[in-house]
Design a protein around this ligand. Sequence first.
Ligand code: GDP
Length: 311
Amino acid sequence: MPAEVPPPAASGVFSRLRDGLRKTRDGIREKLEGLFIGAPLDEATLEHLEDALLASDLGPATTAAILEPARAAFRRQGITTVESMRALLAERVAELLQVGPPPPPPPNPPHVTLFLGVNGSGKTTTIAKLAKRYRDAGEAVLLAAGDTFRAAAIEQLQIWGRRIGTDVIAHKPGADPAAVVFDACKAAAARKVERLLIDTAGRLHTRQNLMEELKKIHRIIAREVSGAPHETLLVLDATTGLNALAQAREFHQAVGVTGLVIAKLDGTAKGGAVVAIAQALQIPVRYVGVGEAPDDLQPFDPREFAFALFS
Ligand code: GDP
């Protein structure tokens, strides 16, 4: 069955995404191509396909949802080649990735983004990559070092700030993060910057402390800037696969996540978890990280992602 809409053109962005997804894609491709050697196709073929999808960490519920139309087409004998199977799977994955509302329209500046995520997920790198993207687009950007729990987190953000030419509002290690965020909101308004990106702690003495702190920060931002935070992005480490789901649920319950950033997609064969997590939480993916360099962050496009996964 041919795809209704042509697959994305092989632009530079698309090929970077394909490279980033190589480990996940290779895992699926090997198994998918194996299925079509030695036809006829039968129910056992679908079972093997199911195994291939599960191995990429798509999870049982999402795998079942992906295979629904494949099963129907199969019974009608509408699938006879690996290409038609790929197109069908890619279209379905693209459809399943269309979740949640679109990003909000641009507000009166500053646009405030709050970043959440456990330590090591790729939060600081993501903030730096996004800050650079906005800077390159001609916007004035301010960063807030809201993880006062770790001295290294403040320093790391300051190093990135110097590297990309962006000011960082920071207090001393151990200071109240709410005070940092308050100052950053005031500074963003006074300096008339377009973007304020706020880092937060990824770990405190207890999990409950962390969630309470994040709620407080969220309240302060909402009080200081009308309509803010405009986006609350949760950064997840793709290499943890579906294990990131429980984490994501906890952050979402505490603060209300509006978008996901999946970092380190290049380092894993478990990239299918992106689809499973977006599906389970009904939260859209906004960006994916496909490398450590500042330009290795891509706005997420469901169709591009789906076709890169099965290409
Ligand atoms: P944080 O503790 O959440 O702030 O995490 P960091 O931003 O410090 O990132 C942790 C590590 O992951 C660093 O070594 C980063 O260079 C690396 N990293 C972040 N994003 C990516 C990515 O998209 N791809 C790869 N390969 N590495 C990444």
